[in-house]
Design a protein around this ligand. Structure first.
Ligand SMILES: [Mn+2]
Length: 386
C-alpha cells in the first residue's frame, strides 16, 4: 500500500483575476493566498506523513518563475526534507522548462521530471514506479501519453500527466493511478483504471468558485481511494439570496450581514459575489436608488472588523419586475438568450479591440451568464422608463 498527495496547479504568486476595488487588507489576503495554500499543504504532509508528494505542473504561474514563488516552494521542500518526504515535480504549460529565470537549487528530496518521459523508482513497498515528464514549451507537439511506457503488474505504477487522456488510452498502458494536472477543478475522471485531476489548491479567478484543494491518495494493487482535502485559504463564492422581504436599506444590511456570518462558519476567508433575487418593485427601487459602489462601501465597512475575513466583491439584484411589455422586447430577450459563445464574442468584439477595455478584460474576464442577466435587466428597465 502506498499513500501520497496528488497536487497540481499551485500557480504560486499568480495575480487574482476578476476582482477590482480591493481594500489594502483584501489585497493582502489575495496576494498571500497561493503562498498560504502551499504552506498548508506542507503542514498537512508533515502531520500525515504520506510516502511522497506529486506536483503535477503549473507549480509556478509563469515560465519566468518569480523569486518569491521559488523561495516559497524551496522553503516548503526543505521542511518536507526534514521529515523525509520525497517530492516529485513536473512542469506544465505555465511553468515550462524553456523559460528564463534565476534558479534556486532544490534539496535532494526533490526529483524534477525532465522533458523526456522518465520512470523513477522509490524504495517503498518493493519499489513504487512513477512515470512523468515536464513541458519544455507552452505547447507539446505530440500526444504525450504515447511516450509513456506500458507497465507490468509486479509493481505499483503511477503516472503524472499534465493534459488529457482517454479511458481507452489509460487502459492500454496499465498504470494503477494517473495523477492529472492542468485543470483547476478537482474530479475523478475514470475509476478503472483510476485517473483524477486534483484541481488547484487555490483559485485565482472569480470564475473558479467554491472549495479548492488536493487529493490524498491510497493505492493498493488493484484499488485506489482518493480523498479530496479542501485547503484553499481563500475561496470565491457566488451566493444567491431571497430578498423578497426587503423594504428599507437596513433590511438589506441585515440580509447581507447574515450571509457573511453564514460564510464565516464554513471558510477561512472568502470573496463573495452576492445576488439578491425576488426583489419586489419596492425593493428594486430601493436597490437602484443607490449605486452598487455605494452599497458595497457601507456593507464592506460593516464586515471589516469581523473574522474570518469576508469581502463582498460584487453585488447585483435580480428583480421580478419589470417584464417585457411588448412582443418586440420579448424578441430581443429571446435573441440574447439564444446566443452561443461565438455570438457573444462577435457582439463584444469592439470592446476587445479597444486598448483600455481589452486590458481591463484581461484582469476581469467576462462571465457570460452574469452579463446576460445584467443586459436583460438594463434593457427592460430602459424600456419601462421610455
Ligand atoms: Mn493551471
Amino acid at each position: 500500500m502506498v499513500r501520497f498527495l496528488h497536487i497540481s496547479d499551485l500557480h504560486i504568486d499568480r495575480p487574482f483575476k476578476g476582482v477590482t476595488d480591493l481594500s489594502l487588507h483584501a489585497l493582502q489576503v489575495v496576494r498571500q493566498s497561493t503562498f498560504l495554500a502551499w504552506q498548508k499543504i506542507v503542514q498537512y504532509a508533515i502531520e500525515q506523513q504520506p510516502d511522497f508528494i506529486l506536483l503535477v505542473g503549473d507549480n509556478y504561474d509563469g515560465a519566468s518563475r518569480s523569486l518569491r514563488a521559488q523561495q516559497a516552494l524551496q522553503q516548503g521542500f526543505e521542511q518536507l526534507q526534514a521529515h523525509n518526504i520525497p517530492v516529485i515535480v513536473s512542469y506544465g504549460a505555465h511553468d515550462y522548462t524553456d523559460g528564463v529565470w534565476s534558479r534556486f537549487s532544490y534539496p535532494d528530496n526533490v526529483i524534477s521530471m525532465p522533458s523526456k518521459t522518465t520512470t523513477i523508482t522509490l524504495p517503498i513497498e518493493g519499489g513504487v514506479k512513477i512515470t512523468g515528464c515536464s513541458y519544455q514549451r507552452p505547447q507539446m507537439p505530440t500526444a504525450l501519453w504515447d511516450t509513456y511506457p506500458q507497465v507490468d503488474k509486479k509493481h505499483i505504477h503511477i503516472a503524472m500527466l499534465y493534459g488529457e487522456v482517454t479511458e481507452q488510452q489509460l487502459k492500454a498502458k496499465g498504470y494503477d493511478y494517473t495523477a492529472l494536472g492542468g485543470q483547476h477543478e478537482s474530479r475523478v475522471v475514470t475509476q478503472q483504471p483510476y485517473s483524477a485531476y486534483s484541481g488547484t489548491p487555490q483559485s485565482t479567478s472569480a470564475l473558479e468558485t467554491g472549495s479548492r484543494g488536493f487529493l490524498d491518495v491510497t493505492v493498493t494493487k488493484g484499488e485506489c481511494v482518493t480523498k479530496f482535502i479542501p485547503i484553499a485559504p481563500l475561496v470565491y463564492l457566488r451566493e444567491e439570496i431571497d430578498a423578497s422581504t426587503i423594504r428599507y436599506a437596513n433590511d438589506l444590511m441585515v440580509l447581507s450581514h447574515n450571509v457573511c456570518m453564514r460564510i464565516r462558519d464554513k471558510y477561512q476567508a472568502a470573496f463573495v459575489h452576492l445576488t439578491l433575487t425576488n426583489l419586489t418593485e419596492e425593493g428594486s427601487k430601493l436597490w437602484h436608488s443607490t449605486t452598487e459602489v455605494e452599497w458595497l462601501k457601507v456593507l464592506r465597512e460593516m464586515e471589516s472588523e469581523q473574522l474570518p475575513f469576508v469581502w463582498l466583491a460584487k453585488m447585483e439584484a435580480v428583480t421580478n419586475a419589470p417584464r417585457p411589455t411588448t412582443n418586440a422586447a420579448q424578441q430581443v430577450i429571446e435573441t440574447m438568450h439564444s446566443w452561443k459563445e461565438d455570438d457573444w464574442q462577435h457582439v463584444l468584439a469592439s470592446l476587445y479591440q479597444n486598448g483600455t477595455a481589452s486590458r481591463l478584460l484581461q484582469e476581469t474576464p467576462i462571465d457570460v451568464s452574469t452579463l446576460l442577466r445584467e443586459a436583460e435587466q438594463l434593457f427592460l428597465r430602459k424600456m419601462q422608463e421610455s
